[in-house]
Design a protein around this ligand. Structure first.
Ligand code: NAD
Length: 377
């Protein structure tokens, strides 16, 4: 199998799907690796690093034409999709549940499309392939650094000849993979950190990182399936917003990460709560999306300062803003998955395998993923 790594063309996407170490791993598994010129440059992986691992550096047209499997971080570019032939495959974070047009095109072209988003995340043997977790972890870390950039005070308690600074009070709402990484990072910078989540299991995880867990009197417990949260009822949502407002107003920095699969992110910080925060406070909304986020008024990719002096950061694609570590982790996930899919040097699609059932979206002109087929229908 020839695996091709393309340069990402989406503006602001600085990651690459495979780093030189990933190229080494695929070579060791008996595969050939083609790398488009400059594919890793924006993540600080020069062509020479890939070549040193035995990859062939080629132009884009050659990479697409000669590849059996085309790797990308997100969705392949439209020009690549147009060129893919029936015997070819593509792999990336394809977001197939929300991209019916792409799925239909790949299906019509009889391309085998493999998406990391569908991986069964609770399966122990799939953990090394879990790109959603590895990228969420980068996002949680980076969110704290971004908060620090906008917070015009020290994080730690500092006692100097020029006086004593109080530690920053940081609140993390949503304690999944990104939230827990944000809690740990803020703690390491010396902040006093609290965490909150609707899944009861999150309580011990937050506490184990040395943060305080916020208990609401409303006692909302909203564990859903697969380790995710369920959507709250209107009454629960109202009670949550009301009680959280008291906590939010007392914190200097609030980082929000709450998501419910397949739903618009829940609103945790409405406008009247933002209005209660002190001047100089910072809100970083990792759930900011075109459809809405956890913070009223947050827009993906934009930073605004409210009339009462609160900085609201709509954090969009944070892993792309820390491309070296994010690509290294993604590359490990991708090389582990590709190695899992290969038998005797070729892709061996086998939908009896639980991992493959999760990740293979289209194959042989059919949408073989049950949830994707339902979403596209
Ligand atoms: P996610 O991105 O879907 O959501 C982030 C967090 O927001 C979750 O913790 C969720 O409970 C929380 N949330 C949702 N609605 C909320 C609300 N109204 N108020 C407050 N918080 C709210 O989640 P994720 O980070 O992808 O992880 C979800 C779960 O999957 C976690 O339990 C994680 O530990 C688990 N997981 C398990 C494995 C594994 O077992 N190997 C791997 C990855 C993730």
């Amino acid at each position: 199998l020839r695996v091709a790594v393309l340069r990402e063309t989406v503006r602001s996407e600085r990651r690459v799907a495979l780093d030189p170490d990933g190229a080494r791993r695929l070579k060791a598994a008996g595969l050939e690796v083609l790398v488009e010129t400059g594919a890793g440059a924006s993540a600080w992986f020069p062509d020479a690093g890939y070549a040193a691992q035995g990859a062939r550096i080629v132009d884009r047209a050659t990479a697409v034409a000669e590849a059996g499997l085309v790797l990308s971080v997100g969705q392949p570019d439209a020009d690549v999709v147009d060129q893919l032939r029936p015997e070819q495959s593509c792999l990336g974070l394809l977001a197939p549940l929300t991209s019916p047009d792409l799925v239909r095109r790949l299906c019509r072209a009889k391309v085998t499309a493999i998406s990391l988003d569908g991986l069964p995340r609770t399966l122990t043997r799939a953990q090394g392939m879990d790109a959603l977790s590895s990228q969420a972890s980068v996002a949680g870390y980076k969110a704290v650094l971004i908060a620090g950039e906008h917070y015009d005070r020290f994080f730690p308690l500092l006692m100097t000849a020029a006086g004593t600074s109080k530690p920053a009070a940081v609140l993390v709402l949503g304690a999944g993979v990104a939230g827990l990484q944000a809690i740990g990072t803020a703690r390491r910078l010396g902040a006093v950190v609290s965490g909150y989540d609707v899944r009861p299991a999150a309580r011990e995880e937050v506490k184990s990182l040395g943060a305080k867990f916020i208990e609401l009197e409303a006692g909302i417990a909203a564990a859903g399936t697969g380790g995710y949260a369920r959507e709250l009822t209107a009454d629960e949502r109202e009670a949550q917003q009301r009680e959280l407002a008291e906590h939010i107003a007392r914190h200097d920095i609030v980082i929000t990460t709450a998501q419910v699969p397949g739903r618009v992110p829940p609103l945790l910080v409405p406008a009247d709560t933002v209005a209660r925060m002190r001047p100089g406070s910072v809100l970083v909304d990792l759930a900011a999306s075109a459809l809405g986020g956890n913070v009223a008024g947050s827009r993906p990719g934009e930073t605004l300062v409210t009339d009462n002096g609160v900085t609201v950061v709509g954090a969009a694609n944070l892993p792309a803003r820390m491309p070296t570590s994010a690509s290294q982790a993604l590359s490990r996930n991708i090389s582990a998955l590709v190695t899992h899919l290969v038998r005797d040097g070729e892709l061996a699609i086998d939908l009896a395998d639980e991992i493959q059932r999760g990740v293979v979206v289209t194959h042989g002109g059919e949408i073989v993923s049950t949830p994707v087929a339902a979403a596209v229908a």
